[in-house]
Design a protein around this ligand. Structure first.
Ligand SMILES: [Zn+2]
Length: 367
């Protein structure tokens, strides 16, 4: 029985961590290509660049907006021409995924600096590649996890709170999916069964966001760093990243993938749609009513979606939900890691039930 777990080389999380970026990157190389998202390019990099330049040579390239083959090739060519031995990705999920792919193409070490805590992309060895028009194309598994992940909690506290909450939606799925893989002997994202470490980190992720989620959200709304915010940043980034990759994925992410088929969901973040996948998964996998209540309570307490209208598809028809369910159950989808055979009919039933329970609870609150 092969059990596998993979990890980034080094994880640093601190208030003001960007001040130490020069020292951290200098461990990896001398010539860095820094791929920067909009906020990073405009307000995060300029005050720090002089100090970083004392430790390594830095070429800043603004991210073109899509993690697609054309953009990866453009940046990899620059990295190769300038003989960069480090690629740094600073920004949100797409910047991060692009930097991982560019680093692999250019044969460089990879440093990831997330500026929001909305997904668990920073620590993993997988990039989601889109077409230049923004449609999902494929997963790219690179041979190594990032060499360095550095998270400045002050930067996360300054970012819009909705990102942190969406990150908790993504993190909420981690334990449920790892638990399904454990029961079904389903493979994790690194080609084996989960180790005790992968599974335990997934559980710690769940316990952490339930314990500290409300306080972390309040801190972020006030743009301040508290221990609660730090715990949730770690849960969203490190624990969720290690948990999904080394624990495994199941129905929540497949239902998310299915939901992206409906245009109405496109303005909603990954973690917001994953939260609906978790709620539907509770009914799909026949969870106990106390656990169902806990998860709805948590989502309501931090403002995660609990009904289809919360993710822009309140008017979804039966045919729409059928389309979602069929996509979720496509061959190769991780929904087949659930410990029983899953059909599109069962997914439609679970989605309708989760939505009805969510709406009823919302109405009760109003009354
Ligand atoms: Zn996710």
């Amino acid at each position: 029985m092969k059990q596998t777990a993979i990890f980034p080389g080094r994880y640093v999380q601190q208030e003001g961590a960007l001040r130490g970026l020069g020292e951290e990157v200098a461990r990896l190389g001398k010539y860095a290509l820094l791929v920067a998202g909009g906020t990073a390019a405009e307000s995060i990099i300029p005050p720090h660049k002089p100090a970083w330049s004392e430790r390594f040579n830095v070429t800043v390239q603004r991210f073109g907006g899509e993690c697609c083959d054309e953009e990866i090739e453009r940046l990899a060519t620059i990295a190769k021409n300038r003989k960069c031995d480090v690629v740094i990705g600073m920004g949100g999920g797409k910047v991060i995924d692009t930097a991982k792919a560019v680093g692999h193409d250019a044969g460089a070490r990879v440093a990831i600096v997330p500026t929001i805590a909305s997904t668990d992309a920073p620590t993993s060895a997988v990039s989601v590649i889109y077409t230049s028009e923004g449609a999902f194309s494929r997963y790219l598994f690179v041979p190594r996890n990032p060499d360095l992940v550095i998270v400045d909690t002050c930067v996360i506290a300054e970012a819009p709170t909705r990102f942190l909450v969406a990150g908790m939606g993504d993190a909420l799925a981690t334990w449920f999916e790892a638990e399904s893989c454990r029961q079904s002997y389903g493979e994790n994202q690194c080609g084996g069964l989960a180790t005790l470490a992968g599974y335990s980190l997934a559980r710690l992720c769940y316990d952490t966001i339930l314990e500290y989620g409300v306080a972390a959200k309040a801190s972020c709304q006030q743009n301040v760093v508290t221990p609660a915010l730090s715990h949730v940043v770690e849960a969203n980034t490190l624990l969720s990243g290690l948990g999904f990759e080394s624990g495994g994925l199941a129905s929540a992410h497949s239902i998310h993938n299915g939901l992206t088929r409906l245009h109405g969901t496109h303005d909603y973040y990954h973690g917001e749609k994953v939260a609906i996948g978790v709620l539907a998964g509770l009914f799909l996998t026949d969870k106990r009513s106390e656990l169902i209540d806990d998860v709805y309570d948590f989502c309501e307490s931090i403002g995660l979606p609990t009904s289809l209208s919360d993710i822009g598809i309140g008017g979804a028809s039966d045919e729409d939900l059928r389309l979602v369910a069929e996509a979720a159950c496509a061959k190769g989808e991780t929904i087949h890691h659930e410990p029983f055979p899953v059909s599109p009919d069962a997914v439609v039933a679970a989605l309708k039930t989760a939505d009805k329970v969510g709406r009823d609870r919302q109405n009760e609150e109003i009354e």
